[in-house]
Write a new protein. Structure first.
Length: 140
């Protein structure tokens, strides 16, 4: 039987996932990291993207909007403002968010927060990448 660790994926509103995992893949600001049981302690900032939880050789997919990753030898916690099961992502909403953010960045006369518009654009694009990647996996 493979060694496992306990993984919690938590958003600001609710716990999205809690259970054992053989491996975890997380998008950090410095690049993707793979976490195995008994990994050394780590505290790192995440960027928007895909979190994969491997259980029994199968992967479960989640979208996070960024946040913090805390790794302890037997427990890993993913803390994010927004965390959603990949199957629950709304492609139409992500496309609309991308359109709004792009319009806000183009409109130089508007009184907007460019950093916020840029962050919204990055999140929407990460969601769309994840939706398309999952769609491609289902076609195989």
């Amino acid at each position: 039987m493979a060694m496992t660790m306990h993984v919690d994926i938590v958003s600001a509103e609710e716990e999205i996932f809690s259970g054992s995992a053989e491996m975890l893949f997380v998008p950090l600001e410095t690049g993707e990291v793979g976490i195995l049981p008994r990994h050394s302690a780590l505290l790192a900032r995440m960027k928007p993207g895909e979190v994969r939880v491997r259980q029994g050789g199968e992967d479960q997919f989640f979208y996070v909007s960024g946040g913090l990753l805390e790794v302890q030898p037997h427990v890993v916690t993913v803390l994010s403002d927004t965390a959603v099961r990949a199957k629950d992502l709304d492609e139409a909403a992500a496309l609309e968010a991308q359109r709004r953010a792009e319009e806000a960045l183009k409109d130089r006369k508007a009184d907007i927060d460019y950093a916020r518009a840029q962050a919204e654009l990055i999140e929407a694009m990460a969601q769309l990448r994840m939706i398309h990647r999952l769609r491609d996996k289902l076609k195989r």
